[in-house]
Write a protein that binds this ligand. Structure first.
Ligand code: 5GP
Ligand code: ZN
Length: 112
């Protein structure tokens, strides 16, 4: 399957990995919206939230909370956005389900 995130998970394509366990991997986004922009990705290939088993969706939130706390500390950010794009019309570009962690500060000018 020609999936960029599956290739990262298999080690075929490098990434800046910041977390890994049996089910998930987290790495820095190659085109960060903000410094420290991180992606949490299930190791199994699911296209979006709607293809992901509920157990995996529940588990990813616990991992997201843990990684978000580490990203917040590392970037000294004062806010964090957690975003998931599901479907092309919602801005999804990589069709391997994932969650964005985006560090924020009061003067960064971003709006979501
Ligand atoms: P989406 O729009 O699908 O929610 O987000 C996909 C994200 O994956 C984008 O923010 C994009 O920058 C990131 N991305 C795409 N290809 C790569 C890659 O090869 N390596 C990494 N680290 N991130 C990628
Ligand atoms: Zn994949």
């Amino acid at each position: 399957m020609d999936c960029i995130f599956c290739k990262i998970i298999s080690g075929e394509i490098p990434c800046s990995k910041i977390y890994e366990d049996d089910l998930f991997i987290a790495f820095l986004d190659i085109r960060p919206i903000r410094k420290g922009h991180t992606l949490i990705v299930p190791k199994r290939h699911f296209e979006s939230l709607f293809d992901t088993p509920v157990e995996e969706s529940a588990a990813i939130y616990a991992v997201t909370a843990k990684v978000a706390a580490a990203v917040r500390e590392a970037t000294k950010s004062t806010g964090i956005n957690i975003i998931q794009n599901n479907g092309a019309d919602a801005g999804q570009e990589v069709f391997h389900s994932h969650i964005h962690i985006i560090p924020r500060s009061h003067d960064d000018g971003l709006k979501f």
